[in-house]
Design a protein around this ligand. Structure first.
Ligand code: M6R
Length: 590
């Protein structure tokens, strides 16, 4: 949440910062701002605008400085207002700070600083940072020491970049992501929430560890506050290309990423299966396995529970990561926590693995982001290789997680080749489902649904988590109220909601057809408008989307038309499919 960027080098900073912020905007887009250092003065502008408009509205032509910091905000403390936008400044205007995270004891520290005469301009927790640094400097510390001292007093999670008008930049991370980009030119550095902030300029990254403090002035150093000494961190070459993180000819990242799914799964089927096989051995060995994740990744995990049971006859427990704190007592050194996260930075997921680790459990993860906190804190990592996912709504990362669960389940059962064989068919099916014809047909459904206030989705077996994810996708991009149910559960309560013409999407497969169709008919006989998704049409459906029967890959092929209908609904209802209201991609606060 919130994107932060810093640049120090020989190029003009503002275009680099704005470009970085544009790429980081999926992390938050309530407001944005930039501070640039020029002629020993900080020049700061911020506004309640998206980055593109900000760049058009505010000119930095007269301040061609070569050092600066920028921020794109997802509001936590303090509403989406101009005064709450970052960067925040010290009282004397000599220090500018951008922050991602939460300062938990900010009220106490704010009162303390107010008592010392500091005047606050915003409602944010973040503003205590520059003021506290200034206060520490007033007491005689130099800038770096003042930053260090301040973060001894400020509690919480943070990624911070602070810039002093004397030209020194200090960046610090604690439980929030921060990466350094090493530029091609000598002495050129970027500091960013994630690599997309500087991918256009550098493919060399230093992934910071907890409590690393980076100091950039005439030189570059990393000081670890826990170890209380300077440390060396390796430079990692990135295999994501800048082009992958761009929209290309697509109007939205969302649609581009829907299209990319065929390629992502094809790549996965050709990938070295070494890690998957190793993890499968660990799963088979573990006494208890907990799969945890948030949001869309959590529906991937629910599929995992069904798949392990169906394919390998192995039981794993599932828990949304944000609830895991209520279950950790069951863990011990013979347990495994299996965490799934596209970004690898979701705070609840990280918190779940940390608590499991403290009980001695093994940590295995699936993530799309090399060098993410999750990847670094896991004993073993399966990298998704889906390429940068820029839309806030997860599509290609989700289907690659589903495919990894299928492969893993087959691997646990000693039949990975069978899993790979089945996976090889899927890209062709996705290409068909994303073809112009298929999309045109699905768009017809969006036309029918566009004015609905409610939409229900049902399924059994693997189709139940599919219904949950389809509901999630549609609600987050189109703001229609959606709810998914296990089809067999309707008569235990939800049937009370049926009104004449109420739309129900029914997910069916060969395996679940008989029982699900009984439920569909019950709903239909009470007046519902039925939309079928599956391999075989039925008279009871008012609208039918044919998808090929794909067995354990049904969850992949059935979600594709739902991703498309969600996209089309967003367009028809005037919503932005890449930037849904109130959401951010990487949820780094709990
Ligand atoms: O990066 P993660 O996979 O951990 O993110 C988890 C959720 O925040 C994410 O899936 C969210 O639900 C998206 N909006 C899904 O489209």
């Amino acid at each position: 949440m919130c994107g932060i960027i810093g640049y120090s080098g020989e190029k003009e900073a503002v275009p680099i910062l704005l470009n970085g912020l544009k790429n980081l905007e999926y992390r938050g887009y309530d407001s944005c701002g930039v501070s640039v250092l020029y002629e020993n003065k900080l020049h700061t502008k911020k506004d309640l605008l998206k980055v593109r408009e900000f760049g058009k509205t505010h000119s930095f032509d007269s301040v061609p400085g070569k050092k600066g910091i920028g921020h794109t905000r997802w509001a936590t403390h303090g509403g989406a207002k101009k005064e709450n936008a970052h960067p925040h400044l010290s009282g004397d205007g000599k220090i500018s700070v951008v922050h991602n995270g939460i300062i938990e004891n900010f009220l106490e520290q704010k009162r303390f600083l107010e008592g010392k005469g500091f005047v606050f301009q915003s409602e944010t927790d973040s503003e205590v940072i520059p003021k506290m640094i200034e206060y520490q400097m007033q007491k005689g510390l130099d800038f770096t020491r003042a930053v260090k001292q301040s973060f001894g007093l400020l509690e919480g999670q943070y990624a911070v970049v602070a810039l002093h008008e004397d030209g020194k930049m200090v960046a610090l991370r604690k439980e929030a992501p921060l990466v350094v980009g090493v530029g091609e030119a000598d002495g050129e550095y970027f500091v960013s929430s994630d690599v997309t902030g500087f991918l256009d300029h550098s493919k060399n990254a230093i992934f910071l560890e907890e409590n690393d403090m980076v100091v950039i002035d005439d030189g570059f150093s990393i000081f670890n506050l826990d170890k209380n000494r300077f440390v060396d961190r390796p430079v990692t070459g990135l295999d994501w290309s800048a082009e992958e993180a761009k929209k290309g000819n697509f109007e939205h990242f969302y649609l581009k990423e829907v299209f990319e799914q065929a390629r992502v799964l094809e790549d996965l089927s050709k990938k070295d299966m070494g890690t998957i096989l190793e993890v499968a051995v660990e799963i088979a060995k573990a006494k208890k396995v907990y799969v945890v994740a948030c949001g869309t990744a959590s529906y991937g995990c629910m599929h995992g529970v069904y798949l392990f049971s169906k394919i390998a006859g192995v039981h794993v427990d599932f828990c949304v990561a944000s609830e895991f704190h209520h279950f950790f007592k069951f863990l011990d050194s013979e347990s495994m926590i299996f965490a799934v996260s596209q970004s690898g930075e979701t705070a609840d997921t990280l918190s779940a693995i940390r608590i499991a680790k403290s009980k001695g459990a093994k940590v295995v993860s699936v993530t799309n982001v090399v060098g993410s906190s999750l990847a670094r804190e896991s004993d073993k990592v399966i990298l998704q290789g889906a390429g940068p996912e820029m839309a806030v709504n997860s599509t290609k990362a989700y289907t690659s997680q589903l495919a990894i669960f299928v492969l893993l389940a087959y691997a646990v059962d000693g039949r990975i080749d069978e899993g790979i064989e089945k996976l090889r068919d899927v890209p062709r099916q996705i290409s068909y489902l994303t073809s112009e014809n298929a999309r045109g047909f699905v768009n017809g459904l969006a036309e029918k649904l566009k004015d609905q206030e409610h939409l229900f989705l049902i399924g059994r077996g693997l189709q139940y988590p599919t219904a949950l994810e389809a509901a999630h996708k549609i609600k987050e991009v189109s703001y229609i109220h959606t709810e998914a149910f296990a089809a067999g559960e309707l008569k235990h309560g939800a049937n009370a909601l049926i009104t004449d013409g109420m739309p129900y999407i029914v997910f069916v497969s060969e395996e679940t057809e008989k029982a699900t169709m009984n439920n569909a008919m019950e709903v239909k006989s009470r007046g519902a408008f039925l939309i079928g998704v599956g391999p075989k049409n039925n008279d009871v459906f008012d609208f039918f989307i044919k998808v090929p029967e794909a067995g354990v890959f049904n969850p992949v092929v059935q979600i594709i038309p739902m991703q498309i209908v969600a996209y089309q609904l967003a367009l028809l209802r005037g919503c932005d499919p890449d930037f849904p209201r109130n959401l951010a991609k990487s949820v780094t606060v709990r």
